[in-house]
Ligand binder design. Structure first.
Ligand code: SAM
Length: 213
């Protein structure tokens, strides 16, 4: 797969993802381990792929873009909402001190944990529940990433972000999704949109209405 990863990464540089630490984490984490066998061939095409339960693993470019926007360092404690396959969590774990990842679908969380353990990644804690309320036990976080689209920035999560912290998430406005980068400065919210997106919905108390799974 190596040539295909490099080829994919080469295409990123023209799209503004050029942080060497992020690119090296993308090279290091084997995306093919996070999808079912029949989809592995498609792993280094830059497309989202199904992971069951109507959910998806994001394209590599989107994972790299959102990770770069977080400006991670090795001291950071990170909260991820939307574990999905566990791939994004693995990339975050390569660039930070610890990752707490919340998933509402138990089966996805369990499968992600198995893959992460098989890769011997030890700084990820898996939580099953509604991530729209955050995970107060380990708050505040240096960085927060939400990998499902929300109708707004959940204040419950913003309140769990440290002063000076950064949160990255897709937000829907007027029917269109954009990836927003939100900084907490003097307790205030400063946000900018960096790219259009097409994520599954964030479903929960502070996201979209709960749907029967
Ligand atoms: N980060 C994932 C990866 O690397 O594979 C992709 C995430 S997928 C696009 C979005 C995930 O968010 C789905 O697995 C979905 O079940 C989850 N999700 C949606 N609403 C949630 C909530 N309130 N709390 C936790 N997870 C949620």
């Amino acid at each position: 797969m190596k040539n295909r990863v490099d080829k994919l990464i080469d295409s990123f540089t023209s799209k503004d993802v050029n942080d060497e630490n992020v690119l090296s984490a993308i090279r290091k984490i084997p995306r093919e381990k996070f999808v079912e066998q029949p989809l592995r061939e498609l792993c280094y095409d830059d497309i989202p792929l199904p992971i069951g339960h109507g959910q998806t693993i994001s394209s590599v470019y989107i994972v790299a873009l959102m990770t770069q926007a977080l400006s991670l360092d090795k001291e950071h404690k990170v909260l991820e909402v939307g574990t999905g396959s566990g791939y994004q969590a693995a990339v975050l774990a390569a660039l930070s001190a610890s990752v707490f990842t919340v998933e509402r679908i138990r089966d996805l969380s369990s499968k992600a944990r198995v893959v992460i353990e098989s890769l011997n990644i030890r700084n990820i804690t898996f939580i099953v529940g509604d991530g729209t309320i955050g995970f107060s036990e380990y708050a505040p976080y240096d960085r927060i990433i939400i990998t499902a689209c929300s109708p707004n920035v959940p204040m419950s999560l913003f309140n769990q972000l440290k002063e000076g912290g950064i949160m990255v998430m897709p937000v829907e406005k007027s029917g269109l999704q954009n990836i927003s980068v939100i900084e907490k400065r003097n307790g205030g919210m400063h946000s900018k949109d960096i790219a259009p997106a097409n994520f599954v919905k964030l479903i929960g108390k502070n996201g979209y209405e709960t749907q029967k799974m």
